[in-house]
Ligand binder design. Structure first.
Ligand code: TXA
Ligand code: MG
Length: 328
């Protein structure tokens, strides 16, 4: 199979209707889409990504009119969230109807739905006029793709095409909130923060603080977002970096670091630096992680960032990528 790296919206819509998975840009990360009502088409997504079949997919729509057919009911709080945050990076979990293919939801009786705001994603979804199931368009376990090139790198030869829209705007996946529960529960933090949601519907829970501690978004239990080398977070200042990194360099290890641009002193085999601006950091996080994969590194140290809102969403991804390894 030859992968067309720059497929037109028209051609992508045709192929989606015929049951082929196609990758496309959204404002969060690139998605790998297929007709959510066609079980065989959806099965091809799991195959191309090497995704565990117990991890459900998000259904993407172009218009709120599409929701009714996909769900059993629209809870009142879900309706308020749709009014305020759609189109945009918020996935809402509803009780599911029978129209959604059962492998989309991995057998669950709920379905996650979102309406992307990216103009190219919107145009494609309008053109195809079907609900499109789409996980992030990466090989399972790798960092999510934030450029068409990342998708190509992972899925070349496994899919027919990519609708390229350049680098994404947000850079981390949508916030996922379960509105079948009362109070609703944030299953995955994203750029729509808990604070923003609570302004609209009042108090919500966050899944990591639930007492029974079982993963409610099945996908969150897998190792994720990980570069090839072991990734460790450092919750400390530049002097802590210098101490840890110089010891590894003495031991002849190849070390990558991801630090603020203000860290002038610390040296490493590969040094990536970012402006201290959380939106910039989120937009480029997966690009940084993939960049490290170009070098044969033994270990990667990333600065732990403290703070609420988007900083918490970023740390959710980095803690997963590091398997919770933090040096204080
Ligand atoms: O920003 C995004 O959400 C991107 C773009 C392409 O839209 N998509 C994305 O999909 O990140 P994916 O498959 O990589 O992540 C979907 C997450 C997983 O953690 C999955 O377990 C959870 O959403 N999820 C989906 N449906 C669910 C359901 N019915 N109940 C609980 N969790 C669900
Ligand atoms: Mg993913």
């Amino acid at each position: 199979m030859k992968t067309n790296e720059n497929m037109s919206i028209e051609q992508a819509a045709e192929l989606l209707k015929e049951g082929y998975p196609i990758a496309f840009v959204t404002e969060t990360v690139y998605g790998l889409g297929a007709d959510a009502t066609n079980e065989q088409a959806v099965a091809k997504i799991f195959e191309a990504k090497g995704r565990p079949s117990d991890n459900p997919l998000i259904v993407h729509i172009a218009s709120v009119d599409q929701v009714d057919a996909l769900v059993k009911e629209i809870p009142v709080k879900a309706k308020s969230l749709m009014d305020v945050f759609w189109p945009g990076p918020l996935t809402i979990i509803f009780p599911k109807s029978d129209l959604v293919a059962s492998n989309v939801t991995a057998g669950l009786d709920s379905v996650g739905i979102r309406m992307p705001s990216h103009p190219i994603a919107k145009a494609l979804l309008e053109k195809v006029n079907l609900p499109i199931a789409a996980p992030s368009a990466n090989t399972s376990g790798k960092p999510s793709p934030t450029t068409a090139y990342h998708v190509y790198d992972d899925l070349n030869g496994k899919i027919l095409g990519i609708v390229d829209g350049g680098p994404v705007d947000k850079g981390i996946e949508s916030t996922v909130i379960d509105c079948t529960l009362e109070p609703p529960v944030i299953l995955r933090p994203g750029s729509i923060t808990k604070e923003m949601i609570e302004e609209v519907i009042g108090p919500v829970l966050v899944s990591s603080t639930l007492e029974d501690n079982t993963p409610k978004a099945p996908g969150m239990k897998y190792r994720h977002y990980a570069p090839k080398a072991n990734l460790i977070l450092i919750d400390g200042d530049e002097s802590k970096f210098i101490e840890v990194v110089s010891k590894d360099l003495e031991d002849n290890k190849k070390v990558g670091i991801l630090v603020p641009t203000t860290y002038h002193q610390v040296q490493a085999s590969v040094k990536l630096a970012y402006r201290e601006d959380v939106e910039f950091f989120a937009r480029n996080l997966y690009l940084f992680l993939r960049e490290f994969d170009r070098y044969d590194l033994d270990v990667i140290y990333v600065k732990y960032i403290n703070g609420d809102g988007l900083a918490k969403s970023i740390m959710n991804r980095l803690l997963k990528a590091s398997n919770d390894q933090v040096i204080k």
